[in-house]
Design a protein around this ligand. Structure first.
Ligand code: PGA
Length: 253
């Protein structure tokens, strides 16, 4: 009943030409993939070119971040959510651990970005996840709960319906060390429980929760077999069309 989402986060990779080439290579490889939503997130400068070339296809485009401010103005270097929409994006990743770790993004900034994304009619993909030190200290659930409480503060049930959460344990991102399907499932079931407590059982059952962190063609099926994993946010393995297409086709035997 929850439509899976397979999203590729290209991070700070690819010039415009290469972004378009990859997107066009992906298009025929996933043309028959009706079982899931397919999303790619190029760098800001490539969004418009990629979105134009994908128009009418089953691949949607995401921004990798957006400004917390909704009103246009003196915010040098920022890109407003409605500007992403204007460029052809329909999703935006917010609160990625690299933004939290290296650019000081806080839960309250994440919250403002979620609100900005919703106001611009973008679907926010809200990232949460603990570091290895936090997991080893037994704090993983507490950390993730804090990120969800803070990041989704003041949201209504109807706003929640337009949000996607991505659980990305920081120790699994770009390290080749995936969480086991059981570890991911355990946390994602926990996330769904927190959401149920705050937004009600029905809303929690509709919420898509993705897993991210070293997702590859050979581990996606095991992850997707878990009841609370509704898709994947893929970094490294999304950069090549063939590899990403294999992940999209996780259900092909
Ligand atoms: P990875 O990145 O697949 O390269 O681990 C995932 C992410 O950061 O979203």
């Amino acid at each position: 009943m929850r439509r899976p989402v397979i999203a590729g986060n290209w991070k700070m990779h690819k010039f415009i030409a290469d972004s378009v080439t990859t997107a066009l290579a992906l298009k025929p490889l996933v043309v028959n993939a009706n079982h899931c939503e397919i999303v790619i997130a190029p760098v800001f400068t490539a969004i418009k070119s990629v979105a134009d070339r994908l128009e009418g296809s089953n691949i949607r485009v995401a921004g990798q971040d957006c400004a917390p401010e909704q009103k246009h103005g003196a915010h040098t270097g920022e890109v407003a959510a409605d500007m992403l929409r204007d460029a052809g994006a329909s999703y935006v990743i917010v609160g990625h651990s690299e933004r939290r770790q290296f650019y000081g993004e806080t839960d309250s900034m994440v919250n403002r970005k979620v609100q900005a994304a919703l106001a611009a009619e973008l679907t926010p993909i809200v990232c949460v996840g603990e570091t290895l030190a936090q997991r080893d200290a037994g704090l993983a659930e507490r950390v993730v709960k804090g990120q969800i409480d803070g990041g989704l503060r003041d949201l209504t049930v109807s706003a929640l319906e337009r949000i996607i959460i991505a659980y990305e344990p920081v120790w699994a991102i770009g390290t080749g060390r995936t969480a086991t399907p059981e570890q991911a499932q355990q946390m994602q079931a926990f996330i769904r429980r927190i959401i149920a407590e705050r937004f009600g059982e029905e809303a929690s059952q509709l919420l898509r929760i993705l897993y991210g962190g070293s997702v590859k063609p050979d581990n996606i099926a095991g992850l997707m077999a878990q009841p609370d994993i509704d898709g994947a946010l893929v970094g490294g393995a999304s950069l090549e069309a063939e590899t990403f297409a294999k992940i999209v086709h996780y259900n092909a035997a």
